[in-house]
Design a protein around this ligand. Structure first.
Ligand code: SAH
Length: 469
């Protein structure tokens, strides 16, 4: 983040602008929404500026800027639309101690003005650090359409009602009440009502709404076991998104990417129940207790697990802990690492005439390296997605070769599948441990036994065709 967004209190402060054309007008229209004391320096001002001066909304000085003109100014805008003049005025203002903005010159500006959605006192500022003004405008248009047009008025009325709303218990109940007011009952109450009566109408809606919410029973706690997918936030389900949006408590695995955690409701209590194959971890029974405690207290809990919660996720133990206490739960599937990894290499998990079944294996279990039906897996064409297989690769290789697997069987390891730092290592059963050691993977990795990246496979086919010729 190159620019840190803040809201500056400008009431009673001095703001100086140099310029009298289109750029100056655009900035002044925004600045006049504040209670700043505006001074404009312009030898040839647009008629609008003269008008605003006459109305006393700003002070117009009909000459170019000179040293000392920006003394005590909080902000300065260079808006002459002339690089040399802008540089001159900006240097003066800088020497006078003001923070400067040069219109359309990101590099030499100390601050920039965002695109603004104005529902005073609710203000949304959108910035792209100059990277994509078109995008900022598109987001602004979308928000303008989405936010009730009288949101500002509703917020002012709502502010006076905050004490009353404390009759509702803190947390979800109170939050639901306000969401209902701002996005449903409030806009409905003022829809089509004239400005003069709208405030009374909104205040009445608040009274009714509070009575209704006070008489409702608090919904019981609930836990959703939610799959967060392999890491790319765009691979979350809509359901996962919604639940994260509404959660009181999020208990998440260590593997969940920060971008996904960002999506949780700001006020949600975030608990990292870090579990790591071989590293420090929170014990399973502590995690179970944590879930049970929060659900019993009436919270909407999201138990966020990487990939799909039903794949090597110890879901059953957590569900058993919850049902033993008579608490309610639901499971929301996610995209498992195997799906993400094969998507990355352009392959299918199953393929006609190659493999009619696929195995999801774990490299190690509670007792150490996990044993499997190696003999069945060693047959030609078999495919397995091996989770937690990094450390077990030599063991897996040994078992498979012992049962007659072809040492040339393709193996692909996908690290950080679907994430920005994903890596693909195409290897073979015989070279797997050595290639893995050399790759020195630090992220979660999925071993795809029996599959090569599609591009590599095509090269091989091509080569054998050439040999045939
Ligand atoms: N429930 C998860 C798996 C949890 S076990 C799922 O459905 O994906 C943890 C293992 O999953 C890791 O050791 C790794 O083998 C695999 N894994 C999880 N995320 C991954 C990713 N983004 N890329 C590759 N492998 C991943």
């Amino acid at each position: 983040m190159q620019h840190f967004p803040i809201f500056v209190a400008l009431a009673g402060r001095r703001v100086v602008l140099s310029g009298g054309g289109e750029a100056a007008l655009a900035k002044l229209r925004l600045l006049m929404k504040t209670e700043a004391h505006l001074t404009v320096f312009a030898p040839a001002p647009a008629p609008e500026i003269e008008g605003w001066d006459a109305e006393g909304r700003l002070r117009l000085v009909r000459r170019g800027m000179e040293p000392g003109d920006a003394t005590c100014a909080a902000l300065f805008y260079a808006a002459d639309e002339d690089a040399a003049e802008d540089a001159r005025t900006a240097a003066i203002a800088r020497a006078d101690g003001a923070m400067i903005n040069i219109v359309d010159n990101l590099e030499d500006s100390q601050f920039i003005t965002p695109a603004i959605v104005d529902r005073d006192p609710v203000t949304v500022a959108i910035g792209t650090e100059g990277a994509a003004p078109v995008l900022a405008r598109a987001i602004k248009a979308e928000l303008e359409a989405r936010l009730p047009s009288r949101l500002g008025m509703l917020a002012r009325v709502g502010k006076g009602f905050r004490k009353m709303a404390e009759a509702l218990p803190f947390g979800r109940k109170r939050r639901d009440f306000w969401a209902d007011y701002y996005f449903d009952a409030g806009p409905r109450a003022v829809d089509g009502v004239e400005d003069g009566d709208a405030r009374d109408s909104a205040a009445r809606a608040l009274d009714d709404l509070l009575a209704r919410h006070l008489s409702e029973e608090q919904a019981p706690g609930h836990v959703s076991f939610v799959g967060a997918g392999p890491g790319d936030p765009e691979l979350l389900t809509l359901k996962a998104r919604k639940l994260l949006d509404a959660a009181d408590v999020v208990i998440h695995d260590r593997l969940i990417s920060p971008e996904i955690l960002e999506l949780a409701r700001r006020e949600a209590l975030m608990i990292s129940a870090g579990k790591e194959g071989f590293g420090p971890s929170v014990s399973q029974s502590d995690i179970n207790d944590l879930i049970v405690r929060h659900v019993s207290e009436g919270a909407q809990v999201v138990r966020l697990k990487s990939g799909d919660p039903t794949v090597f996720g110890r879901l059953d133990e957590e569900v058993a802990a919850v049902t033993a206490e008579g608490l309610s739960y639901s499971v929301v599937p996610g995209i498992t690492a195997a799906s993400a990894a094969v998507a990355t290499i352009g392959q299918s998990l199953t393929k006609r005439e190659r493999n009619a079944s696929v195995r999801l294996l774990t490299g190690h279990d509670m007792k150490g390296f996990a044993d499997h039906d190696w003999k069945a897996l060693a047959k030609t064409g078999e495919v397995a997605a091996i989770y937690m297989g990094k450390k077990a690769s030599r063991f897996i290789q040994g078992r498979l070769m012992m049962h007659g697997a072809d040492p040339a069987t393709p193996v692909t390891v996908v690290e950080n599948a679907s994430r920005a730092d994903q890596r693909v290592i195409g290897t073979s059963l015989s070279a797997l441990p050595a290639d893995l050691a050399e790759a020195d993977l630090s992220g979660p990795a999925l071993v795809l036994y029996g599959l090569a990246p599609r591009a590599a496979e095509e090269t091989v086919t091509l080569m054998s065709q050439q040999e045939a010729l």
